[in-house]
Ligand binder design. Structure first.
Ligand SMILES: *Cc1c(COP(=O)(O)O)cnc(C)c1O
Length: 229
């Protein structure tokens, strides 16, 4: 199947998940995860009508970013070392992996120094509690959000998580549901001076469950780019 065919199949699965959960497909944005793939694959994603691209390492994405530039909206989805902020700042308007204050302070400092708009960040939470997972423990969310509220060049777009690799939708669903509840609780407590809306959750193996539980951004790699390189 080609890119158009795979995308059509994905869209109909999103539509079905929306019907099951009383949502609208327009509420769900696909981020095409093109990590490990070539510039040609990224171009095929854009030609198929997607505009949001997710990547996780600057060294790998650099040639794609330089060729594509602002024809795509770039999402940084990998864990970000503080000393790599200089590479991605101004190039990736969305950072999905904000999980610690030192990283937030560096993003804030660099964005300010460069005169950029506030960086749109997702707070990455380790909801499943797996040790192998990056992300902040949910118990630290309120304090962290309070610290972020003090940084004028950080804007919290929403929350991000990854479901356990094993266990399919049975183990993914409670993780996704919890992320939604954490968002709602954070808004109810008014720790940030604005309400947050977005939930970045769901990958190739669990995106329908994520949509049913309220995902607004799903991050799709293999199901979309297939075995292309
Ligand atoms: C690789 C990756 C994805 C996409 O994974 P697939 O299972 O291939 O869809 C999504 N999110 C993050 C954070 C990733 O690293």
């Amino acid at each position: 199947m080609d890119m158009e065919g795979r995308l059509a199949a994905i869209r109909s699965r999103i539509e079905a998940a929306c019907r099951r959960s009383g949502r609208q497909p327009e509420e769900v944005t696909i981020i095409a995860v093109t990590k490990y793939t070539s510039l040609e694959t990224a171009e095929a994603v854009l030609a198929a009508g997607l505009t949001n691209i997710g990547e996780n390492r600057w060294q790998d994405v650099k040639p794609k970013w330089e060729a594509i530039g602002d024809r795509a909206v770039w999402h940084f989805i990998g864990s970000l070392q503080t000393n790599k902020v200089k590479d991605v700042i101004g190039k990736f308007p969305y950072i999905h992996s904000l999980d610690r204050l030192s990283l937030a302070e560096e993003l804030n400092r660099k964005a300010k120094a460069l005169g950029l708009a506030p960086v749109e960040c997702f707070i990455q939470l380790n909801v499943s509690g797996e040790e192998s997972k990056h992300g902040l423990g949910p118990e630290g969310l309120d304090e962290f959000a309070g610290q972020l509220a003090e940084l004028p060049y950080i804007h919290v777009t929403g929350l991000m998580t990854m479901a356990p690799l094993e266990g399919g939708s049975d183990s993914a669903r409670p993780v996704f549901r919890r992320l939604r509840e954490l968002r709602d609780q954070l808004n109810a407590k008014r720790i940030l001076p604005y309400a947050i809306h977005d939930l970045s959750m769901g990958m190739s193996g669990d995106f329908e469950t994520a949509v049913e539980e309220g995902a607004t951004y799903i991050r799709l790699g293999t199901v979309l780019v297939g075995s292309q390189s």
